[in-house]
Design a protein. Structure first.
Length: 51
């Protein structure tokens, strides 16, 4: 899958690793953002119906 990294230089390997890390971090933050939005909609809807 990552055969192009076998013969690559150390700079290329480190840049690839940095890009994967940044994308993983942003994906995690996006997941938390979506979870918070969904949970806020669920619990504010339940709070409005209970009052």
């Amino acid at each position: 899958m990552f055969d192009f990294l076998v013969g690559a230089s150390n700079i290329t390997k480190s840049l690839f690793l940095m890009v994967v890390g940044v994308l993983g971090t942003h994906a995690t933050l996006l997941l938390f953002y979506i979870m918070i939005k969904v949970l806020l909609k669920i619990f504010t809807r339940n709070a409005k119906t209970n009052n």
